[in-house]
Design a protein around this ligand. Structure first.
Ligand SMILES: Nc1ncnc2c1ncn2[C@@H]1O[C@H](COP(=O)(O)OP(=O)(O)OP(=O)(O)O)[C@@H](O)[C@H]1O
Length: 517
């Protein structure tokens, strides 16, 4: 259970904080002087500290320096009276996590404490890279025995001690945050702070202010000066998650920071120097974004001092079994259950599934399935419906064919050829139709039409397996995913174009090979 130490000489604050945080499952320990607080930190380090600025023995600013000497990564949230906010800002320059003003806004208290506890977890919980299952090891297990994961672990070992920016790439849920934390923990700055910012979670203005800080009055709502993460993180490591989602303005400011290690707060003239190592992550196709002018090429090069690629879960072979065993053991422990194994037909389904949400999805599927289990073995009936039998195919007449595992489908070229011929015929019909009623935009319409046809045909051929489809098409999985989304293609029992996306053509079920135009 997370634990917060509140250092304040006011008993009512302790009472309030214990009540509010206690309701959220956070234990609160009280100290009434800075010295008591420092002793408590030495005795039993908490996950975060709430620190009053006005203490009977020493000032809060002095106290934050002493706390940082003992534990530089312990998040300290200042609690100040409105008139002492300058001190709180000063404290943030010395590495405090954030500050709250009295009277305490309870929603903000909860929000900041949650963030501080998460920040502590990210920096402190060890990421243990395993090639074998070691159930008793503490920390967050990072499991990988297949060759591509071995490469990932080697890359981490190779690049962590170098002070270069690292870009971590991979689909959502593949473990990019684990890589970033492992890089930090094995890096030369592991004694310093580690702060994470999700660039997709904030609007442009808020992200700019979160990263670079702002001066009082620089925009509506900027009531006080704010110290940004780059300034706070001096000497440490910053993790920019979802870096592909930064707006052009924020991109150009981050670029300058990487080039010169200096910046100005929003609305400020003072140039501030900082020394941070930047680790970033994205699941987006940055090259394609650069081509489309959505991401700065020079920034991509700067972020990318070294790249770590995480393979999709469907490309990790028997690691999937290791991970299933790992999550089974973990959730048995956490849920107090004793499910000893996975039934063969359930395992077959789990291995045939494509895992578009990767390891995160597998984690949640195992947990959900365990909750549906009543015996000692996880049966197929306990699996969520998405992990259904492998995708059913239909013959060229549209009748369901024998169910096949996705990889088997590549060995049956005949229906596929029929489908391609169908697509060609459909294309002729499409062009003929449009020629009789020209829209003046036929070139673009025809390309869209062909792209949808191509994608539905290839996805049908691979039984919905996107890794295999991207290999056949010669494009990245990220690019394929964007195209699937952009074209409104739905992957279910059949591969369909959503009615709204297919406004220029009727709904297509390409695998049937039918000419449905
Ligand atoms: N190889 C692995 N071994 C054990 N657990 C893993 C592994 N990879 C990922 N996980 C777990 O899966 C979940 C998702 O991982 P993580 O948050 O690192 O993914 P991500 O790539 O950063 O996702 P997103 O792009 O959506 O932010 C986490 O709970 C993580 O601990």
């Amino acid at each position: 259970m997370p634990r917060v130490l509140a250092i304040d000489d006011d008993r009512t604050v302790h009472h309030l904080v214990s009540k509010v945080l206690g309701d959220r499952g956070v234990t609160v320990t009280s100290a009434f002087t800075a010295q008591d607080g420092l002793d408590e930190i030495e005795r039993d380090p908490p996950d975060a500290v709430l620190l009053d600025v006005m203490l009977p023995d020493i000032s809060g600013l002095e106290a934050v320096k002493l706390i940082r000497e003992r534990d530089p990564r312990l998040p300290v949230i200042f609690v100040t009276a409105a008139e002492s906010s300058d001190t709180a800002i000063e404290a943030m320059k010395h590495g405090a996590f954030d500050y709250l003003q009295k009277p305490i806004d309870l929603a903000r208290l909860e929000e900041l404490v949650d963030q501080a506890i998460e920040s502590r977890r990210l920096a402190n919980v060890k990421v243990a890279m395993h090639t074998l299952l070691k159930p008793d090891e503490s920390g967050d297990a990072f499991i990988g025995r297949c060759a591509p994961m071995q490469e990932v672990f080697k890359s981490i070992g190779r690049v962590a001690p170098q002070d270069v920016p690292v870009l971590v790439r991979g689909e959502s849920g593949t473990g990019k945050e684990l890589v970033a934390r492992a890089l930090f923990q094995h890096g030369a700055r592991s004694g310093g702070p580690f702060l994470a910012v999700n660039c997709a979670a904030l609007s442009e203005t808020l992200l700019e202010s979160e990263l670079f800080g702002h001066e009082k009055g620089s925009f509506t709502g900027a009531h006080e000066r704010r110290i940004g993460k780059f300034e706070q993180c001096h000497g440490g490591t910053i993790f920019l998650d979802e870096v592909g989602d930064m707006s052009p303005l924020v991109q150009s400011k981050v670029l300058r920071l990487l080039q010169e290690q200096r910046f100005e707060r929003v609305g400020g003239n003072q140039t501030i120097e900082t020394d941070v190592r930047v680790i970033s992550a994205t699941n987006r196709d940055l090259e394609e974004m650069c081509e489309e002018g959505e991401f700065r090429l020079d920034l991509m090069y700067r972020l990318n001092g070294y790249t770590v690629y995480l393979p999709a879960l469907s490309e990790r072979g028997d690691d999937r079994i290791l991970l299933l065993q790992h999550f089974l053991a973990r959730f048995n422990r956490e849920l107090g259950m004793e499910v000893q194994g996975i039934a063969p037909d359930a395992l077959e389904r789990l291995l045939a599934y494509d895992w578009p949400g990767n390891v995160r999805e597998m984690q949640s599927v195992v947990k959900q399935s365990l909750l549906h289990c009543s015996g000692p073995v996880l049966l197929a009936s306990a699996l969520p419906t998405d992990i259904g039998p492998p995708i059913a195919r239909r013959s060229s007449q549209g009748a369901p064919r024998q169910t096949a595992a996705p990889h088997e489908s590549s060995q049956s070229p005949e229906p596929n050829r029929a489908s391609q011929n169908g697509a060609a015929d459909g294309f002729d019909h499409f062009v003929t139709g449009r020629l009789s009623d020209p829209s003046g935009d036929l070139y673009a319409e025809a390309l869209t039409h062909m792209e949808r046809r191509l994608l539905t045909a290839v996805l049908t051929h691979t039984g919905g397996n996107q890794s295999e489809a991207s290999r056949i098409l010669g494009i990245t999985r990220g690019s394929l995913r964007n195209k699937i989304r952009g074209n409104g293609i739905q992957i279910g029992q059949t591969i369909d174009v959503a009615p709204s996306a297919g406004a220029t053509e009727p709904v297509a079920t390409a695998e049937s090979g039918d000419d449905d135009e």
